[in-house]
Design a binder for this molecule. Structure first.
Ligand code: FAD
Ligand code: DHB
Length: 385
C-alpha cells in the first residue's frame, strides 16, 4: 500500500494498517518539522477520539486533551450555551491537530513504518489497472514503486484528486468572500468553552489548545494580508466582536503565530478510481466553522481501513467497491453542517437586510428550541461512522 501525504489522514491510515499487518510506505513532500509547525484544527469529535485510542495513539491525548461538553453561541452582546451532554449525551475533545500529528509520527517511528520526506514530482500511474505504480523524485533520484493500492492523502494541493480523469470526476465548490485570521497566543483562554460569535463587524471565534494557550479567529476580507494585522489591532477587533463580559476578561499577549485561511466548500466525486482512494482534504474541503475538516479526514480513513482489512484478511472486496459511496454519504452531511454554521454566523458582503433578519431569527430559534439545539449538538459532536 502506498500512501501519498504525511498529514493526519496519511499517518493515521498508515498506523491503522501497520497494526493490522498491512505494509505501507508514506511519501511526504515536506519535512516533518514543517508538517508539525502548521497550526490548524483543534476540535476532535468523539468518534475521532475513539479511533485514535483504537490506533494506539490516545495516551497523551487522554492526559492533555480537554473534554468539552458544550459551546457558547453569541450574537452581539448576548450569548447562550449548547449543552452537548444534556442534549445528546456526548462531548468533544480539544486537542490540537499538531499534537495529534506529533503522536502519529512518534507511533510510526516505534513501528518503524517507512516514511520518505522531501519527495517531489509524485505521479500515480495505472491507478485503474491491477498493479498501480507511483513515481517520485527523492534526493535527486527518480524512483518507481509498484503497489496494490494508492491512498491519496495529499490534501487540497496534492496530485491525487487530479489523477482521476476529468471526464470521470465532478467537483462541487463554493468559495466564500472572506477568510479567517487566526492568532495563537500564550495566554489563558477567555472562556472555559469555545465561543462562536456573530457580530455586525464579522464573525469571531474564541478557542484554545490548553489552559495556557489560546487560539482566536476573526472573519476578515479576502484581500486582507496578515502583515496588515498587528497583535494590538487583532485584540482590539476581537474585543468588539465578543460579548462584553468575555472582552473584559480577555488576557492578551504577544502572538506566537498569525495566519489567514480562505474559506471554501469542495467535494470531489468519486473518491475512488480503480485502486486509487482519496482521503481527507484531497477529496473535500469544509469551511472551518463547524470544526469538521480534520474529523472528516479521520472518518474517511476509518472506512478505507475497514475496506482494506476486509480485502486482505477475508478476500472480500465489497468495502472497496462501496468506499466512495460510504465516505461521501458522511462527507455531504458534514458539508451541510459546515455550510449552515458558516451562513448562520458570518457577515456576507452582499447580505440584504432580509438575510440579516433571517440570521437573527435562526439564532433566536436556536436559543429558544431544545430541538434545534439538539440538531446542532448532534452534528457538532459528530455523526456516527
Ligand atoms: P493535510 O493536512 O493537508 O495533509 C496533506 C499532506 O500531504 C501534507 O503534509 C502535504 O505536505 C502533503 N502533500 C501534498 N501534496 C503532496 C505531494 N504531491 N506529494 C507528497 N505529499 C504531498 N480544520 C478545522 O477543523 N479547523 C481549523 O481551524 C482548520 N484550520 C485550517 C487552516 C488551514 C490553513 C488549512 C489548510 C486547513 C485547516 N483545517 C481546519 C482543515 C484541517 O486542518 C484539514 O482538514 C486536515 O489537515 C486534513 O488532513 P489531511 O491529512 O487530509 O490533509
Ligand atoms: C478551532 C478551529 C475551528 O475551525 C473550530 O470550529 C473550532 C476550533 C481551533 O483551531 O481551535
Amino acid at each position: 500500500m502506498l500512501i501519498i501525504g504525511g498529514g493526519p489522514s496519511g499517518l493515521l491510515l498508515g498506523q491503522l494498517l501497520g497494526r493490522t499487518g498491512i505494509d505501507n510506505l508514506v511519501l511526504e513532500r515536506r519535512s516533518r518539522e514543517y508538517v508539525l509547525a502548521r497550526i490548524r484544527a483543534g476540535v476532535l469529535e468523539s468518534g475521532t477520539v475513539e479511533l485514535l485510542r483504537e490506533a494506539g495513539v490516545g495516551a497523551r491525548m487522554e492526559r492533555e486533551g480537554l473534554i468539552h461538553a458544550g459551546i457558547y453561541l453569541a450574537a452581539s452582546n448576548r450569548g447562550f450555551r449548547i449543552d452537548f451532554e444534556q442534549l445528546v449525551g456526548g462531548s468533544v475533545m480539544v486537542y490540537g491537530q499538531t499534537e495529534m500529528t506529533r503522536d502519529l509520527y512518534r507511533a510510526r517511528d516505534e513501528m518503524q513504518g517507512p516514511t520518505l520526506h522531501g519527495v517531489d514530482e509524485v505521479r500515480i500511474h495505472d491507478a485503474d489497472a491491477a498493479l498501480p505504480r507511483v513515481s517520485f523524485v527523492h534526493h535527486g533520484r527518480e524512483h518507481f514503486v509498484a503497489c496494490d493500492f494508492v491512498a491519496g492523502c495529499d490534501g487540497y494541493h496534492g496530485v491525487s484528486r487530479n489523477t482521476i480523469p476529468e471526464e470521470l470526476r465532478r467537483e462541487f465548490e463554493r468559495v466564500y468572500p472572506f477568510g479567517w485570521l487566526g492568532l495563537l497566543s500564550p495566554t489563558p483562554p477567555v472562556s472555559d468553552e469555545l465561543i462562536y460569535a456573530s457580530h455586525e463587524r464579522g464573525f469571531a471565534l474564541c478557542s484554545m489548545r490548553n489552559p495556557a494557550l489560546s487560539r482566536y479567529y476573526l472573519q476578515v476580507p479576502l484581500d486582507d494580508r496578515v502583515e496588515q494585522w498587528s497583535d494590538d489591532a487583532f485584540w482590539d477587533e476581537l474585543r468588539q466582536r465578543i460579548p462584553h463580559d468575555a472582552s473584559e476578561r480577555l488576557v492578551t499577549g504577544e502572538s506566537i503565530e498569525k495566519s489567514i485561511a480562505p474559506l471554501r466548500s469542495l467535494v470531489a466525486e468519486p473518491m475512488r478510481w480503480g485502486n486509487l482512494f482519496l482521503c481527507g482534504d484531497a477529496a473535500h474541503i469544509v469551511p472551518p466553522t463547524g470544526a469538521k475538516g480534520l474529523n472528516l479526514a479521520v472518518s474517511d480513513v476509518y472506512y478505507l481501513w475497514q475496506a482494506l482489512k476486509r480485502h486482505y484478511l477475508d478476500g472480500d472486496d465489497r468495502g472497496i467497491e462501496l468506499y466512495s459511496e460510504t465516505a461521501l454519504a458522511r462527507v455531504w452531511k458534514a458539508e451541510r453542517f459546515s455550510w449552515s454554521m458558516t451562513r448562520l454566523l458570518h457577515r456576507f458582503p452582499d447580505q440584504s437586510e432580509f438575510e440579516q433578519r433571517m440570521q437573527q431569527a435562526e439564532l433566536a430559534y436556536l436559543e429558544s428550541s431544545a430541538a434545534a439545539q439538539a440538531s446542532l449538538a448532534e452534528n457538532y459532536i459528530g455523526l456516527p461512522f
